[in-house]
Structures are given as structure tokens and as C-alpha cells.
Design a protein around this ligand. Structure first.
Ligand code: SF4
Length: 159
């Protein structure tokens, strides 16, 4: 018996042992493994469909840099009064806040909150002492205000 006939005999013996439950695909697979070039080749399993490439979160998708918040100017960071310029009543910020050099000239119709006795010298934002005729103010950076002045940002000193 030659080698080819021996293999066929082995295959028939195998098939008789496992009965008819062997699927056609398995038989084809056995035939394919036997080296029998005449046997039909087993159908190659279909390659599993690869899922479409999903967009990956990109490491490059970083949030846009936020502009650094400008720190509010320190209200007490004022130059000495001698280096400050006298605030003009016509200054844009001064007119917006109703600043006057003399509290006697406050427009009480426009600023009904004004009370007699209020003046820069007793405002918490005034940076001078009781004897200073002019001094810095936390509102008007780089300027000095009159001790007798007033503006609508007035806040009384405690005590
Ligand atoms: Fe005067 Fe106070 Fe107004 Fe400054 S904030 S101008 S110290 S009243």
C-alpha cells in the first residue's frame, strides 16, 4: 500500500468513528491538512470586519490657553503723595464719580447720598493723614485728592 492509499484508509476509519456529525467544513479542513493537492481547499475564514477607526481623543486637543487674568491693582499700592499728580475735577474718572476738591460743591441733586461732614480726609480710601491737605486715593491711582474733597465712592472710616 502506498502512502496516498494509507492516508485515505486512515481518513475513512476516522470518519467512521466520528460518524456523520462532522461538518462538511471540518471534512474539508481535514482534506486540506492532508496535503492532498486534489482535494478542494477549505474556505478561508472571512477576516473579521475591523471596526471603522473611531476618532481617538487626541492628545493634541488641549484646551486653548486662557489669557491670564489681570490681577486687580492693589488699592494701597500708591506712590508717596509727593510723586502724585493732583487730580483734576475734569479728569474723566473724576467726572464719572462726581469728584470735587471741596465737598461744599457736591451736586446733591446728582448725589443725594452725600451727607454734610463727608470728605476725603475721613474716607477709608484716603491714604493721607488728618493733617495732609492732599494725599493719594485708592480709587484714583497715581493721583492725589484734596482732603476736603469728595466723590461718590466715599466710604466713611471706621470709628
Ligand atoms: Fe475722596 Fe474717598 Fe472719593 Fe477718594 S474715594 S476721592 S478719598 S471721597
Amino acid at each position: 500500500m502506498n502512502t496516498k492509499n494509507s492516508r485515505l484508509t486512515d481518513r475513512r476509519r476516522f470518519l467512521s468513528l466520528v460518524g456523520g456529525s462532522v461538518s462538511l467544513l471540518t471534512v474539508a479542513g481535514v482534506a486540506g491538512c492532508s496535503g492532498d493537492k486534489d482535494a478542494p481547499a477549505a474556505a478561508a475564514p472571512e477576516p473579521e470586519a475591523t471596526p471603522a477607526a473611531e476618532p481617538q481623543p487626541s492628545a493634541q486637543a488641549e484646551p486653548a490657553p486662557q489669557p491670564a487674568a489681570e490681577p486687580a491693582p492693589e488699592p494701597t499700592a500708591q506712590a508717596p503723595a509727593g510723586d502724585l499728580v493732583e487730580l483734576s475735577e475734569q479728569d474723566t474718572q473724576a467726572t464719572a464719580l462726581g469728584y470735587v476738591h471741596d465737598a461744599a460743591n457736591v451736586d446733591t441733586a446728582r448725589y443725594p447720598q452725600f451727607q454734610p461732614g463727608q470728605a476725603c480726609v475721613n474716607c477709608v480710601l484716603y491714604q493721607g493723614g488728618a493733617d495732609d491737605a492732599w494725599a493719594g486715593c485708592s480709587i484714583f491711582i497715581g493721583k492725589k485728592v484734596n482732603a476736603k474733597g469728595w466723590c461718590s465712592a466715599y466710604a466713611p472710616k471706621a470709628g
